[in-house]
Design a protein around this ligand. Sequence first.
Ligand SMILES: O=C([O-])[C@@H](O)[C@@H](O)[C@H](O)[C@@H](O)C(=O)[O-]
Ligand SMILES: [Mg+2]
Length: 429
Amino acid sequence: MNLTVTDVRLTPILVADPPLLNTQGVHQPYTPRLIVEVETADGITGVGETYGDTKYLELARPFARKLVGREVTDLNGLFAVADEVAVDRSRVSGQVDVGGLRGVQTADKLRLSVVSGFEVACLDALGKALGLPVHALLGGKVRDAVEYSAYLFYKWAAHPDGVRAEKDDWAAAVDPAGVVEQARRFKETYGFTSFKLKGGVFPPDEEIAAVRALAEAFPGHPLRLDPNGAWSVETSLRVARELGDVLEYLEDPTLGTAGMAEVAARTGVPLATNMCVTTFAEIKEAFTRDAVQVVLSDHHYWGGLRNTRQLAAICSTFGVGVSMHSNTHLGISLAAMTHVASTVPDLHHACDSHYPWQSEDVLTERLTFEAGRVAVPDGPGLGVELDRTRLAELHRRWLDDDGSHRDRDDAAAMRIAEPGWVTPEVPRW
Ligand SMILES: O=C([O-])[C@@H](O)[C@@H](O)[C@H](O)[C@@H](O)C(=O)[O-]
Ligand SMILES: [Mg+2]
């Protein structure tokens, strides 16, 4: 068996995205993703997926060149390869990155987001070569299906008039009735039993009313609200008081570890994050101050599936829960998330996934949710197959784009509807 990497293909694509609202603006009609293919000397191809904005592409290209000639088994070596890739200083900021809402942006985090695409592709190739599923390479699954929650968004009926976009068949949701209707469809179509509402869009009282309406419509179902750090400590505490009896957790009510620690100290409602703990360096302070009770991992920016397991082990040591964050992603990443989630013993919360919002994919067969769960694939590798025609079409869209969609920018999309819109200062309320 020759497991040497002989070729690496990087295919940036643009994927249709509905007009989903968050505290920074609204999703653009197309969002970038990067599809990674790693080919071995034996002609086996492994696939991976990660963020596709320019800042990731400019790291992935030199990384890909360095990978040729290495073994797909050399997963630890990927981090050393990443360290050799220079990150442009202008890409690094201590601020929440535009549109992504995923916490600090360090050079290492950017590199890890690229490593993860290659790691998943190498694991897929290795699994295919050995005839083993990725979960077996990670030590074996401890469950046969992984539970996901319905990811509810405030949403416009359509992208603004005159903007080129694919049609989506979801109704508008800008008030409690719309949110409940959306939740009902999620439950009926996919069987989800827990619901997360992306908040920070409307004044807190309106979002409290929406969560109350969900609690009434779906009694006993776990509910979460995530304003992406849009609230002050006092507002967070007020929301916690008003919704404490129905919330499974509040997600990033306020920005930063210090604020989260203050909220956590003054409420019994658990706090989850994908913003103040997004790197290993941030764990110590957050855990010592008891700022978060659940960390939402994301294998993309934590550096892959094996790093996700390390994070889960640290969380478990400190009695902190772990679950999974999601940003716009396709089936390759959903498969990857499902494999790693199936190997984590202490996974006590349903994972997030944007996947139902993505009507387009690059797989020959979409992954499906049954009773809110994705069955853990048992075929070799990730257990998914790339649809090359579809990949080429979505790549063509990326090639034809004038550059306005190649870097996600939710504020720019909002400006089309509301000229003069700028990313709101936080705390917004
Ligand atoms: O896609 C969005 O609008 C989300 O707000 C995303 O940017 C966040 O990263 C994420 O889903 C979250 O849970 O914070
Ligand atoms: Mg979040």
